[in-house]
Design a protein around this ligand. Sequence first.
Ligand code: ATP
Length: 235
Amino acid sequence: MLKVNNIDVFYGNIHALKGVSLEVNEGEIVTLIGANGAGKSTLLKTLSGLLKPKNGEITYQTKQIGGKQAQMIVKSGISHVPEGRRVFANMSVEENLELGAYLRKDREGIKKDLENVFELFPRLYERRKQQSGTLSGGEQQMLAMGRALMAKPKLLLLDEPSMGLAPLIVKQIFEIIKMVNSQGTTVLLVEQNANMALSIANRAYVIETGKIVLSGTAKELQESEKVKEAYLGGV
Ligand code: ATP
């Protein structure tokens, strides 16, 4: 479904992604794990068109999307839930969700997807009239995910959904990611919380200072000595 082939991404002179290649197959949950500053967010921003690769190819379905406009990429079925959620604080929950569908014209479909989002996140339904800035961190994460789902993506890019959340909330969020995936949305999940990410993923990649250093099934990486030492707290 998505094939990233040997991309390089720079911020000025900073070489943030160095020949990164990876693949996501339809129906999978793939996770990209790595420490702070390894290049995870940079990869997601490049996939969603916020950054341009200097070279290499990004193929989504049969299209080349590397360096294409973000709006065109959303239209083709990729939605990005950014790190730090970035909900519109002064708007209500419902307004934020409606904004997620801004490129769609199918009113009936939008209505149905809004109902589905409220089913996945009953808390958002309870708070639908509330200003989004007053939500808790976990609720804002739910809202950011719900907003991305309103674009009806085939591929959902999630940037550190667990960040700053209590373990119980993280568990809930990960359950919802599994549910979204079982409804047919493919997921690329970026995480520092390797333990949780590997527990729900089919396959995984490890990124260190801009390079993919390991890949395999989630089970293989859970059992890898290197991953255990560096990312699973030496268990
Ligand atoms: P984090 O979890 O901290 O976001 P990350 O793995 O997502 O980590 P990136 O944010 O992708 O890492 O950063 C990769 C590298 O690029 C880091 O060295 C970072 O300092 C650098 N970088 C990121 N954003 C910028 C920017 N806007 N300008 C310059 N350098 C940047």
